[in-house]
Design a protein around this ligand. Structure first.
Ligand code: AMP
Length: 420
């Protein structure tokens, strides 16, 4: 073992388990690619100011959880704690929103960094796949994103998740509600920190996980009762569209999210097998974000699904993904000349699209066959001294154990036909 370990709150993705992570990313991305979302990639760090303005000065993410550093050139940067603000920044910078094709629909996949106290399902480095639809106010777009997330979880075989849905109102009705909630909160028995939060961002208090706080919130005014007619109609339309699509959801009038930029539609995907870190994904509409970071008005909606927690959810449900073996053919040379010949054949197989691996390091037959087994290959090719003299190679079906001699020159054609 080396003296170095992965930093606290992080872990390494190692084969064979890492294949699950790739499969989860792919399962989330596939429906997006199929629905007009283009791939976007932004740097893993941005100026601190983007997150301070975009995510919100008073949020835990910005005040406590950001990895902030100063470069030698004196720039203040932060490792991204989320990717919505960076994506919007990139779209604005490239003027994609002016290309006359709104909404701009993009998806991303990548690392996020938050200095949180680590526990199962909560890490300092984690991975999300996300989707953003920028520059259109249309309930069908909100519905599309919820339907696509639902579809990717279902494609993975997940069943024990729930979709919580709420509307956070807009700049017309939320301030009225905000004031009513503040009035209510001021009358409660809350600690100083929480009272301060009630003044800066009262909605976040609804999200407080502490029992004694939650108990006092039972009779808190609900945004639902304050929504303006436009927000009410918008929300009703989203609900109808996802219902028509067969998506099951629960109305959660107390759902708020840890980021300040959300308006109207908000939703969270929670999984019941994950304990306290039960949110596997979340998102919503962020109509004001563009203006918050200096852009024009661009009503938008998006979500981010956590890859790490989705993998944990699969484990909680006992779902084994059907991940095809990485290697189809494993070549075992016995001796120098055999090595040269088989190595060339493996290269040729690979060029022809057959996944092939090779026994390196001059292993003997027994150790090499063990390695062939472990590789999961369907076929082994064994080339010994006597085979060489006869111009053949032994083709072993690792499933049936059956072994046949085939000509060295037939290897590629034979395996291509057998593997279909
Ligand atoms: P958020 O950006 O906070 O809405 O998070 C979206 C999703 O990312 C969550 O539902 C989680 O699946 C995942 N996530 C957020 N924070 C963490 C973390 N510290 N560790 C692992 N996954 C996380």
């Amino acid at each position: 073992m080396s003296t170095f370990k992965a930093p606290k709150g992080t872990y390494d993705l190692l084969p064979p388990d890492s294949a699950k992570f790739l499969a989860v990313r792919e399962a989330i991305a596939a429906p997006l690619r199929n629905s007009g979302y283009g791939y976007i990639e932004t740097p893993s760090f941005e100026t601190v100011e983007l997150f301070a303005r975009g995510v919100g000065e008073s949020t835990d993410i910005v005040t406590k959880e950001m990895y902030v550093f100063e470069t030698k050139g004196g720039d203040r940067l932060a490792l991204r704690p989320e990717t919505t603000a960076p994506v919007l920044r990139a779209v604005l910078q490239a003027n994609l929103h002016k290309a006359g094709n709104l909404p701009v629909k993009v998806w991303y996949s990548g690392s996020q960094y938050r200095y949180e106290s680590p526990q199962k399902g909560r890490y300092r480095h984690f991975s999300q796949v996300g989707a953003e639809a920028i520059g259109a106010e249309d309930p069908a777009l909100d519905a599309e994103l919820i339907i696509l997330a639902d579809q990717s979880y279902r494609a993975l075989g997940l069943r024990n998740f729930r979709i919580l849905l709420n509307s956070l109102g807009d700049q017309e009705c939320r301030p009225v509600y905000r004031a009513a909630l503040q009035d209510f909160l001021r009358g409660l028995d809350l600690d100083e920190d929480t009272l301060r939060r009630a003044e800066i961002n009262p909605l976040r208090v609804l999200d407080d996980k502490r029992q004694d706080v939650q108990k006092q919130l039972t009779d808190a005014p609900l945004l639902r009762d304050y929504l303006c007619d436009a927000c009410k109609a918008y929300h009703e339309e989203v609900r109808e569209l996802i219902t028509a699509a067969g998506v099951v959801f629960e109305d959660d009038p107390k759902l708020v999210r840890g980021l300040d930029y959300y308006t109207r539609t908000t939703f969270e995907f929670v999984h019941d097998g994950l304990g306290s870190q039960s949110a596997v994904g979340g998102g919503g509409r962020y109509d004001g974000l563009s203006e918050m970071i200096g852009g024009p008005s661009l009503p938008s909606v998006g979500w981010a699904l956590g890859v790490d927690r989705t993998v944990l959810a699969l484990e909680a449900e006992g779902i084994e993904l059907d991940i095809p073996s990485a290697t189809s053919v494993y070549a075992v040379p016995l001796g120098e000349e055999a090595r040269r010949i088989l190595f060339a054949k493996v290269t040729e197989l690979r060029k022809n699209g057959v996944a092939a691996d090779f026994s390196y390091g001059g292993k003997g037959l027994k150790a090499a066959m063990k390695a062939a087994n472990r590789s999961g290959a369907r076929y082994a090719l064994v080339l010994g001294e006597r085979d060489l003299a006869d111009g053949v190679v032994q083709l072993k079906d690792m499933e049936s154990g059956e072994q046949t001699a085939i000509g060295v020159n037939e290897i590629v054609a034979e395996l291509e036909s057998r593997l279909g």
